[in-house]
Design a protein around this ligand. Structure first.
Ligand SMILES: [Mg+2]
Length: 398
């Protein structure tokens, strides 16, 4: 073993230090701190900063090699700027970025009891909350919690129990690049994008409200499947002029927040689609009206401007919706786990399951139980918060 020639002097002890800067925020504080570090040849391992109501909390992990002047310089700088700077020796090994989860909390009221229940649920699954971001105060409160470690399934079920007990919405998603990438949002139409059920509006125009309601109830009792109930209900519309759709479209009411939701998604680069167990005249209208990228629904047979009471081609039912989601995703070159599907009915269960994020929107209990996330506030744009979009960003894009 020969000597290893070395030009280095005796090894200089190095220390890893957490530098914490707190106080009233003002432009140039971070730049000032960094220039002192630059001058003293300090290397910066990590920076995190938050500002709440004008108060700065800046944390830097730095490695200091023998050059202790940094601390004197920083204390002087802090004194000059009227801010507090503290130092703490920390472990040199940096904290690895563990893949974590993102927990979104949503509610009309998210006070100490709701937030306490949610954080206790995370703690019960041994998760560690690394960061909390407030996304919105209006029309609902929402927070995003970044959590690492712990048992995800345990946290998920504890959070679900807490959310039911304290009446707030919760979504648990794996953190990852897919959350940042542009994605595809596929929505159900009736009672999701719009407040109405189009078949009921058509029945009203045709004067067959009771008959249609009876079939709907039979389907809900499980006596008829969707396809059979669709065929029976459409048969009742035979003889209606095609022009009935102009009146139905006038009566359709968008869900509150629908325009804001779609517009914000578009500005963020999302593709948007609707898949409906309803009918193409309405979905085609909505596609044009909102500038959606895709719209699919059932096509009614029309002869000489009159509905024949038959459906043309494949019907869009529960399986059909899931198939369409896969087809649209493939056409848009978006992986299924980057698809967000939103719906309220049993018909939507398969597409919610197929999507990376299935959102039950003011849905029936069975749908809520099966979905990845459930939103019970009546604003469609509240779903933006599940995607990590802040209210300020929504307003800025208006
Ligand atoms: Mg629906």
């Amino acid at each position: 073993v020969s000597h290893v020639p070395s030009t280095a002097g005796p090894s200089i002890a190095s220390a890893t230090v957490l530098v914490r800067v707190t106080g009233p925020d003002r432009p140039g504080l971070l730049a000032g701190v960094l220039s002192l570090m630059d001058r003293t040849e300090t290397s910066v391992e990590d920076i995190e900063q938050i500002t709440i109501r004008g108060n700065l909390d800046l944390n830097l992990v730095v490695t200091v090699r023998g050059e202790r002047d940094l601390f004197k310089e920083l204390l002087l700088f802090g004194w000059e700027q009227g801010i507090t700077i503290t130092f703490e020796l920390v472990e040199p090994s940096h904290t690895p970025m563990r893949p974590g989860i993102v927990v979104t909390l949503l509610g009309r009221c998210l006070g100490p009891s709701e937030l306490g229940a949610a954080t206790a649920a995370i703690a019960s699954g041994r998760g560690n909350i690394e960061r909390i971001i407030r996304l919105s105060r209006e029309p609902v409160f929402s927070y995003e919690l970044q959590v690492t470690g712990g048992d995800v399934d345990q946290m998920r079920s504890a959070l679900l129990a807490a959310s039911q007990q304290h009446a707030f919405d919760v979504a648990v998603q794996r953190e990852g690049l897919h959350r940042r990438a542009a994605r595809l949002v596929v929505m159900d139409v009736d009672s999701t994008l719009i407040q109405d059920e189009v078949i009921d509006l058509l029945a009203d125009e045709a004067g067959v409200v009771e008959q249609v309601a009876a079939i709907t109830e039979a389907a809900m009792r499980g006596e008829l499947d969707f396809a059979a109930s669709l065929h029976e209900r459409v048969a009742l519309l035979a003889g209606l002029p095609e022009s009935v759709f102009a009146r139905v479209i006038e009566r359709v009411r968008l869900t509150p927040g629908a325009r804001t939701f779609v517009r914000t998604l578009q500005r963020l680069g999302y593709r948007t689609a609707i898949v409906s167990g309803g009918f193409t005249p309405v979905t085609d209208h909505l596609r044009t009206e909102l500038g959606l990228d895709h719209a699919h629904a059932n096509t009614l047979d029309v002869v000489d401007g009159v509905l024949t009471g038959r459906v043309v081609g494949d019907i869009v039912d529960r399986a059909g919706k899931a198939r369409l989601v896969a087809e649209i995703a493939a056409r848009e070159h978006v992986a299924l786990d980057q698809v967000v599907a939103i719906g309220d009915g049993a018909n939507d269960l398969d597409m919610l399951a197929a999507a990376g994020l299935g959102v039950a929107f003011n849905a029936k209990p069975a749908v809520r139980a099966a979905a990845d996330a459930s939103v019970t506030v009546p604003y469609l744009d509240a779903i933006l918060f599940l995607l990590g979009v802040r209210r300020e960003d929504v307003l800025a894009s208006e």
